[in-house]
Design a protein around this ligand. Structure first.
Ligand SMILES: Cc1cc2nc3c(=O)[nH]c(=O)nc-3n(C[C@H](O)[C@H](O)[C@H](O)COP(=O)(O)O)c2cc1C
Length: 207
């Protein structure tokens, strides 16, 4: 089967992409706007660099063409806190995806506890196992209605017991969820190992 995206609707393209680019980690992002704090989940999300730590997440415009609160807020104050979503906060993360009017504080709606951040002004979510404080490097407009946020992480918070003294993250204790297509989600329950081969000396930094 071969498909030319140019002849497909946006919905069809979306279904194809979100059906096979899986599982996608979920960033629950808090920002601060003129009307107060905002929280929203984004699964078009990943790590984008490690020198310094850089993340990316992509925010699409609403169906009516309006810009989502997260982007509006980041244009106002280019700081955020990005939280890794685990199973325990999945339902509350989903509440934050509701299309509340601008100015509604999703943290309150979802029953999250807001804590003061160390380096940035938006609050962080106490219940999230990992909280990364970040500053926007760039917002790149992509296609007709997406805005890709590139941000540098300037402070990490890890719940005690998740990271060991060699900076290894314990997957079982983190217990992250991934988004699949539509309303399907995944847990990480089975892990397997495969060593990568290097010709010559193994480089110090591996990507
Ligand atoms: C698990 C999950 C992942 C989502 N991923 C994205 C995404 O990557 N990009 C996006 O624009 N919206 C995504 N959404 C929808 C937004 O979270 C939703 O539009 C939210 O209301 C935006 O909030 P805001 O207007 O406060 O920024 C996702 C929703 C869920 C439940």
């Amino acid at each position: 089967m071969q498909l030319d995206p140019a002849v497909l609707s946006e919905k069809e393209q979306y279904k194809l992409m979100t059906g096979c680019i899986i599982p996608r980690p979920i960033a629950l992002v808090t920002t601060l706007g003129p009307l107060g704090p905002n929280a929203a989940p984004f699964s078009l999300f990943n790590m984008a660099g490690s020198a310094p730590p850089i993340v990316m997440f992509s925010v699409g415009d609403q169906g009516d063409g309006s810009v989502k609160d997260t982007i509006q807020n980041l244009r106002h104050l280019p700081e955020f806190v990005l939280h890794i979503c685990d199973e325990a906060i999945a339902e509350r993360m989903n509440v934050c995806a509701t299309n509340f009017p601008t100015g509604v504080n999703e943290l309150d709606e979802a029953g999250f506890t807001a804590l003061r951040s160390v380096k940035v002004r938006p609050p962080r979510i106490a219940e999230a196992p990992v909280q990364m404080e970040g500053r926007v490097l760039q917002i790149v407009d992509a296609g007709e209605r997406h805005h890709v946020v590139l941000g540098e992480i300037v402070w990490f918070h890890f719940r005690d017991g998740i990271v060991n003294d060699r900076y290894h993250v314990d997957i079982a204790r983190l217990n992250p969820i991934g988004r699949l297509s539509g309303s399907n989600y995944a847990r990480i329950r089975e892990v397997f190992q495969m060593e990568r081969k290097f010709l010559g000396k193994k480089p110090k930094q591996v990507a």
